[in-house]
Design a protein. Structure first.
Length: 309
């Protein structure tokens, strides 16, 4: 029998653990008919509620359930990496415990795996239930990444993805500390089939992704898979040098031809502020890349395990 590893990152999700398990096991007949054994790997990302206790209750009644609990909160990206590293399956699927990733799609996903695809990924066709501003910026981010990055990053892409062991090993080979998995999927390549479905609201609880966290996450994605911002900073610097040279010529010409030096301190202050702002913006871009480099060269572990069972 082939082994399917279901990787479920969790952070303060005690209300959803049992519901997720019940919903997943509704596919039991499909697993049996396709000679699939299942292991369910819950990755506890330093939860502060009863998530660990809820998972242990499942372990007590089903030996297919496993728990990997972090020493603190390392983030979902670390949880995904740990799940791929600890899982033993021939096939691996990453799912959210809040049931926004419907387990009912698994039979269709396996159909495409059997047709020769290396992975089957999912994307939302709408953002029903999300704040309008958040949805706008999310779409803007994906459009921008499509233009500035060579990695395939699809609008509305979810972390819900079924993949072969070969693809999982390729992802694990990328041991970078600053991880942006949506970009990593595209960078490693492999033949991928996309499934579309309408957005599903969380079963219980609230999302842990605030607007600020998503904004920082988007900066991680840009810095990880594009150097275009650095090129933009360089181009802006060149343009301002050219503009300054032109203005110098204009000022000298006015003085020689009309005896009229440039006057007006308000305009001078505005120019100084604008140029200073552009300089700080460009330094900020460089700082982002420098900060990522600083974190990478430290070679810190991506996660630390407190308990595993």
């Amino acid at each position: 029998m082939k082994l399917l590893s279901v990787i479920v990152p969790c952070y303060n999700e005690q209300e959803n653990v049992a519901y997720f398990y019940d919903e997943l096991m509704k596919n039991g007949e499909f697993f049996t008919s396709n000679d699939l054994d299942v292991e369910l790997c819950f990755i506890d990302d330093g939860s502060e509620d009863g998530t660990v206790a809820a998972v242990k209750e499942l372990i007590a009644k089903d030996d297919r359930v496993r728990l990997i609990s972090f020493s603190r909160n390392f983030g979902k990206e670390a949880g995904i990496y740990a799940g791929l590293e600890k899982a033993r399956g021939d096939f691996l699927v990453i799912m959210d415990v809040d049931l926004q990733d419907p387990p009912s799609l698994l039979p269709e996903m396996f159909k495409y795996i059997n047709e020769g695809y290396d992975s089957v990924a999912t994307r939302r066709v709408d953002r029903k239930g999300e704040p309008m501003i958040r949805s706008y910026f999310a779409r803007f981010f994906y459009r921008m990444m499509k233009k500035i990055s060579k990695a395939e990053i699809v609008d509305g892409a979810r972390d819900y993805r079924l993949m072969t062991r070969q693809m999982a090993d390729a992802i694990l080979a990328m041991k970078e500390y600053n991880r942006f998995t949506k970009g990593i999927y595209g960078w490693v390549g492999f033949r991928t089939k996309w499934l579309e479905y309408e957005n599903i609201e969380r079963r219980k609880g609230e999302t842990k992704w605030s607007f600020w966290k998503l904004f920082k996450y988007s900066l991680d994605g840009i810095a990880a898979f594009s150097t275009v911002p650095l090129a933009i900073a360089s181009v802006v610097g060149v343009l301002f040098c050219i503009a300054a040279f032109i203005f110098i010529i204009v000022i000298i010409a006015r003085k020689i031809m009309f005896g009229d030096p440039t006057s007006g301190w308000p305009s001078l202050v505005c120019i100084i502020l604008m140029v200073s702002g552009v300089q700080l913006f460009c330094i900020g871009i460089i700082g982002q890349y420098l900060a990522k480099t600083y974190m990478e060269v430290k070679r810190r572990p991506i996660y630390l395990v407190k308990e595993e069972c």
